[in-house]
Design a protein. Structure first.
Lengths: 455, 152
């Protein structure tokens, strides 16, 4: 991984010259490194705010009266194609340099956490799967794990391995999709076509397994919805064979290409300390050089039984974030190859009929099965009272689910800790001091999914 | 299952007044990151299990801290009364809590004292009510639309 030149610390040598102690304390702004971290974030834009409805009539502006050094506040989005949805960013510009910026969100808010309180635990996974629509299986996984952590239900090993297989495939499709949109943002249209091509390969398999290309509702509390279809091994083998070959193509197309490197090297730098302070997780945090991957550091499912590496960057610029994602695709392929060998025979969902419905054929034969089926699909099952927080590593970072149960058949409160929502806070820091032309590359490198940001 | 998943988690209850000092201490003890901050409205649950010295209140702010060095999580739960719903902001300790505190303010109406920009984040400015409160039921309240003033 190459090092982009960071502009932090360049002023270090000349610091004594600039900071002069006066009777009222030091008058000059300290260098970035010496500013206390909380002051730093305040300065970089949390209070940039223009109230809604304060529209300006352009005819009323007297252009002559505006001083030359005045900064300008412009909106980027919410309809800008490079903002990956309805993200609006207020930016304060001095010429072409971005000073402060503030993401304005909420355009896609549909109250999904409130909706979750109306749905039974069984219906809940149809709701969470629509949050992060690029990696729906991670959302279903974290929801199911959170519900199961409150219940005393044993998950068969095969179901757990299938969950791992599916979420790793989903990670590849999500990262490939990111490569596509990122390529598009930076101006490489061929990358967009390639990325969508590879994503389609994986989505076709997900459709074969779950019946849907997106919003699968496949991982449910108690196991998964259906067993893997006949011939799944060959399909996954084809994916595992194709993807590394295609990643090598991306390496040729982008990684070694000077035009692409010019756009990403040293752009949108974020230090490790800043990333931690701003609660950034996922590729953004790993790009700063910290090997924090929940699959490795706080293993869930059977991730402690497979062998893979955590990819880290070095400087935390846009190139590092690109590189981390690109190499994570290959690590996911490694994991999938191990899962294919280790996948045991057995049940794909728990046989506890109070949690998962019986097979359709049993309903014709058994009265009890009919009762269970009817009860589950009308009333659902009850979850013991309690509260629990479970986190998994989604393609975008730590995806958490906090569930409070009052012993009824629907959650009393369900909160999703959405990685995109939290990661968006790092935008003002990454954009600060950069050019507005680089903003598109930086926004893209955060990989926000607005469905998850606004929920 | 429950033990296995929650193995690295522990829960701490703390009074509202000592909350920021407590979080400060935790930060010094190696909890580098505030992973999540949310709230729960316990309007409908009357009897829930709390330690004896904690008096149950309507709202509860739940903060999830992560220690990356010790690989563990800690959940801090703070009771916030209904008639005076404020709590101190931990923005000074964890700048990453900024958006999450705004979200809780927006959806629950809990005021975070010392927050740099406590405004609505998900809902439009000027929205009435706080939707994740239990007495704000969907269907009972008509959908609000705001007239857009033309600038021309």
């Amino acid at each position: 991984m190459t090092k982009g030149q960071s502009d932090l610390g360049d002023n270090q040598s000349g610091l004594d010259f600039f900071v002069k102690e006066t009777s009222e304390g030091s008058q000059e702004l300290l260098s970035k490194q010496l500013t206390p971290i909380e002051e730093f974030y305040l300065e970089e834009g949390y209070v940039l705010r223009v109230p809604e409805g304060d529209g300006v009539d352009l005819d009323d502006i007297d252009l002559e009266a505006i001083p030359e050094d005045e900064t300008m506040i412009i909106n980027m989005g919410p309809q800008h194609p490079s903002t990956h949805g309805v993200l609006r960013i207020m930016m304060e510009l001095d010429g072409e340099t971005i000073l402060r910026s503030k993401p304005v969100i909420g355009y896609l808010h549909t109250g999904m956490e409130k909706t979750a309180e109306m749905l039974t635990y069984m219906q809940g996974s149809t709701n969470v799967t629509r949050m992060d629509y690029l990696s729906p299986l991670s959302n279903e996984l974290v929801y199911s794990l959170a519900v199961e952590s409150l219940m005393d239900v044993e998950i068969p090993p095969r179901a757990t391995w299938i969950r791992m297989l599916m979420s790793e495939l989903n990670r590849i499709s999500s990262h490939v999709m990111w490569m596509a949109t990122n390529g598009m943002d930076i101006g490489s249209t061929s990358m967009m076509i390639y990325g969508f091509r590879e994503r389609e390969l994986i989505l076709a398999f997900l459709e074969k397994v779950t019946g849907l290309r997106m919003n699968h509702n496949y991982i449910r509390p108690g196991g998964v919805a259906a067993d893997l279809p006949d011939g799944w091994y060959d399909d996954v083998a084809v994916i595992c064979e194709t993807i590394p070959f295609r990643v090598a193509e991306y390496q040729d197309l982008l990684t070694g290409q000077p035009i692409f490197r010019e756009r990403v090297d040293g752009v949108g730098v974020m230090t490790q300390e800043q990333a931690l302070a701003l609660s950034a997780t996922g590729p953004i945090l790993r790009a700063t050089g910290l090997p924090w991957d929940l699959r490795k550091t706080m293993p869930y499912l059977f991730y402690d039984q497979v062998d893979f590496d955590v990819i880290v960057g070095s400087v935390g610029d846009t190139y590092d974030r690109y590189s981390v994602r690109l190499n994570e695709i290959l690590e996911s392929v490694r994991i999938i190859e191990q899962i294919m060998e280790k996948l045991p025979e057995g049940e794909y969902k728990t046989l506890d009929r109070k949690v998962t419905p019986p097979p359709r054929a049993r309903i014709d034969e058994s009265m009890e099965a009919l009762i269970h089926h009817f009860k589950l699909h009308t009333e659902g099952y009850r979850v013991p009272a309690g509260e629990s927080y479970v986190a998994v590593e989604s393609p975008r970072g730590e995806l958490g689910c906090y569930i409070v149960s009052d012993g009824e058949n629907r959650p009393y409160r369900m909160h999703v800790r959405a990685p995109s929502f939290v990661n968006l806070q790092s935008l003002p820091v990454m954009l600060h001091g950069g050019f507005i032309a680089d903003a598109v590359a930086v926004i893209s490198s955060v990989d926000p999914v607005m469905g998850e940001v606004d929920r | 299952m429950s033990d296995a998943l929650e193995i690295n988690h522990s829960v701490v209850f703390v009074q509202r007044t000592g909350y920021v000092d407590f979080v400060q201490t935790l930060r010094l003890q190696g909890f580098e990151m505030c992973a999540d901050l949310t709230a729960v409205d316990y309007l409908d649950i009357k009897d829930r299990s709390l330690p004896d010295e904690i008096e149950p209140q309507r709202f509860e702010v739940v903060v999830n801290l992560v220690s990356l060095s010790q690989k563990k999580r800690l959940r801090v739960r703070v009771q916030v009364p209904e008639d005076d719903p404020w709590i101190d902001s931990i923005f000074r300790e964890y700048p990453g809590s900024e958006a999450m505190e705004r979200e809780v303010f927006d959806l629950f109406g809990i005021v975070f004292r010392g927050h740099p920009d406590l405004t609505r984040i998900l809902l439009p400015e000027g929205w009435e009510g706080h939707p994740l409160r239990k007495d704000y039921a969907p269907g009972r309240v008509p959908v609000q639309f705001k007239e857009v003033k033309s600038t021309r």
